[in-house]
Design a protein around this ligand. Structure first.
Ligand SMILES: Nc1ncnc2c1ncn2[C@@H]1O[C@H](COP(=O)(O)OP(=O)(O)OP(=O)(O)O)[C@@H](O)[C@H]1O
Length: 627
């Protein structure tokens, strides 16, 4: 508890002084009022015999009425304040969780590189933090509110200690408080151990969650049905769930039940002793008031040994998300320090601040391995990408083509070697200046759930209002061959591209790909100099693919284009073709040169051409049918 309370105390200021103070005051009152009620009712009880004798209107009678009013006010105020405890606590929790959401977003977006977001351990920690915060049941905000709610129980305990101590005996008061603390200790330590064992089963819970997600998603749903995986999925989920449930129940009995019973028995023993002492004091002539006072105080105290629903689980589990977030922040920071460029960049050695290539982009002796990765993706890679032309990169799966783009866009830095622009180290240009020159269509491009205009305008948000530059957006859409599709949507360029939004629609895979191309073109129109295309025709139909080079790559005139594709019908038109294999360039030249050289490129080309010829000779012109 100590470490958790320290973390909670460190987080509390995030809630703001006003809300924290309000929760504290509310809890102090909620703790004091029941004690006041006990005092009021006990005093009233003690005064009744004398008041009955003196009759109405006597001073004794007025004293009874005063004690009654005091007890009633205490009772009513407690009833009225109890909902405020929850409301104020909720408000504080939301404020603190809101701040942590900001931290999650900041931590995720921090830095210019991608290493933290591609690190399995860190991304899991981030996911855990996000999930607990989103659920909001045992979040750090709830832990803070829960810890402050403990004040109310603490004030009550202290009040009863004073009542028993003053009204009867300090030894009895300390004994009862000790019994209560013992109940609580048994309960809390059982809960804590259970919570630790729960965290040990994270792997099983994650797998069960993953299987549930598979069952509920449309994307996976297609394969699950067509491959007949329904039974497999159901059985697997049940098995994983039981694998997680069985030890959980065993632990519950071991960690929660037995310690709870042991400590409860001890606490009850002490309490019984105190009650017997109170009873014998009563027989020995103690006053009615002190007898009522002590009996009520002892019984109410006993109730404080129970589970606190407003605090216990929250303070035990709530800080899990905070720890996960802190771990992500620290891990990401360490990765960044080790692997990332200084985002502001340095000054270009040549004195030129503009990184637009005029002669070539060159990879010289570049070696690279992903952080924590087992194998070297590049080993002394040497590669020249001539400026103003289209260079195509081909290679088998896993050869490192996408990694090459990540290095070029400086999402990662080479472990060794340099990338230069016209002889100047790329790392010496300001990162923003370089990124603003590059337009990239990634293989797994984003599908933004916003309007079609935004989806294109995101290509260059620095151009004022994202969707404001309508003519340019239309121009880019036209060049990417998607304008006709957009114009027939319910609200044209303003149509939201998400089915769950009002008047929203979804596009086909190929239409989305054209939209991603339009986004890159929009950037080229404003700022580009380098165009990077990773599998840009993967979802295009045959006719669009055949025309892709002429209609899309050629018009990007003057841009230095890097094209990655497995489709040789696209690749063959490139000015320069490079074959990547085993982390190095094994062949380079024009299509004709490489075919003449009769190496790997020629073999891959012939293989695809032969397939195409066989396919087309055995069917009618299928491509026309899809156009
Ligand atoms: N984030 C990552 N962390 C660790 N290893 C990675 C990561 N991304 C890719 N790799 C590994 O790096 C190697 C190169 O991957 P890359 O995605 O660059 O290949 P590719 O040539 O683009 O493949 P494909 O043609 O299948 O798209 C592969 O062995 C892959 O497993």
């Amino acid at each position: 508890m100590g470490a958790e309370l320290r973390q909670i105390a460190g987080l509390l200021p995030q809630g703001g002084p006003g809300p924290v103070l309000a929760v504290i005051v509310c809890n102090v009152l909620l703790g004091a009022l029941p004690v006041l009620f006990v005092v009021g009712t006990s005093v009233m009880l003690g005064l009744i015999p004398a008041a009955a004798e003196a009759g109405t209107g006597s001073a004794q009678w007025s004293a009874v009425v005063f004690a009654f009013v005091l007890a009633s006010v205490a009772f009513t105020a407690h009833q009225a304040l109890a909902p405020a405890q929850r409301t104020l606590g909720d408000h504080l929790a939301r404020r603190i969780d809101g701040r942590l959401f900001d931290r999650i977003i900041t931590a995720s977006l921090r830095g210019s590189g991608l290493a933290a977001l591609e690190n399995q351990h860190l991304i899991e920690r981030l996911g855990e933090a996000k999930q607990d915060l989103e659920l909001g049941m045992d979040s750090p905000g709830r832990a803070c509110a829960g810890a402050l709610h403990l004040i109310s129980r603490g004030v009550q305990l202290l009040g009863y200690l004073l009542v028993i101590g003053i009204g009867f005996s300090w030894t009895a008061g300390v004994g009862v408080v000790a019994a209560v603390l013992m109940f609580r200790y048994g309960l809390r330590s059982g809960l804590r151990k259970y919570s630790e064992s729960w965290e040990r089963l994270t792997k099983e819970r994650r797998e069960a969650r993953y299987l549930r997600q598979l069952a509920m998603g449309a994307a996976a749903g297609k394969e699950i049905r067509t491959f007949g995986l329904v039974e497999w999925l159901r059985d697997r989920h049940r098995a994983v769930y039981l694998r997680w449930l069985a030890p959980t129940w065993a632990e519950r009995r071991r960690l929660l039940l037995w310690p709870y019973l042991r400590y409860t028995a001890l606490g009850l023993g002490i309490t019984m002793g105190v009650l017997v002492a109170v009873a014998s004091a009563g027989a020995g002539g103690a006053s009615l008031t002190s007898l009522a006072l002590v009996t009520q105080a002892v019984l109410n105290c006993l109730r404080l040994g129970e589970f606190y629903p407003e605090s216990d689980m929250q303070t035990l589990h709530g800080m899990r998300a905070y720890r996960a977030l802190t771990e992500f922040e620290q891990g990401a920071e360490a990765l960044r320090r080790a692997r990332e460029p200084v985002a502001a960049g340095g000054t270009a050695g040549s004195g030129a601040a503009d990184p637009t290539p005029r002669q070539e982009i060159r990879f010289s002796h570049v070696s690279f391995r992903y952080p924590g990765g087992k194998h070297q993706v590049f080993d002394e890679l040497d590669l020249s990408i001539p400026a103003g032309m289209c260079t195509a990169i081909v290679g088998s799966n896993g050869a490192g083509k996408t990694t090459l783009i990540k290095l070029l866009t400086r999402l990662y830095e080479p472990d060794e070697g340099t990338i230069t622009i016209d002889g100047v180290d790329l790392a010496s240009f300001p990162l923003d200046a370089w990124r603003s020159r590059t337009a990239v269509v990634f293989q797994d491009f984003n599908r933004y759930e916003t309007s079609a205009a935004d989806n294109i305008g995101f290509g260059d948000v620095r151009h004022g209002d994202v969707a404001g530059d309508r003519d340019e957006i239309r121009g880019a859409a036209k060049d990417a061959g998607i304008l006709d599709t957009i114009e027939v949507l319910p609200d044209g360029l303003d149509t939201p591209l998400a089915k769950h939004m009002a008047r929203g629609v979804d596009l086909s895979g190929g239409q989305w790909q054209r939209l991603a191309l339009a986004r890159a073109l929009f950037r080229l129109r404003h700022n580009g100099g380098v165009l990077v295309l990773d599998e840009p025709t993967a979802s295009l139909d045959a006719r669009a693919e055949a025309r892709f080079f002429e209609e899309f790559v050629r018009p990007a005139n003057g841009a230095t284009t890097l094209l990655i594709s497995h489709r040789f019908s696209t690749v063959r038109h490139a000015d320069h073709i490079v074959v990547l294999s085993d982390g190095r360039v094994t062949e380079a030249g024009s299509h004709d040169e490489l075919v003449r050289a009769d190496g790997k490129y020629a073999r891959m080309f012939r293989l695809q051409a032969a397939r195409f010829t066989t396919a087309t000779s055995s069917s009618t012109d299928e491509s026309e049918g899809h156009g």
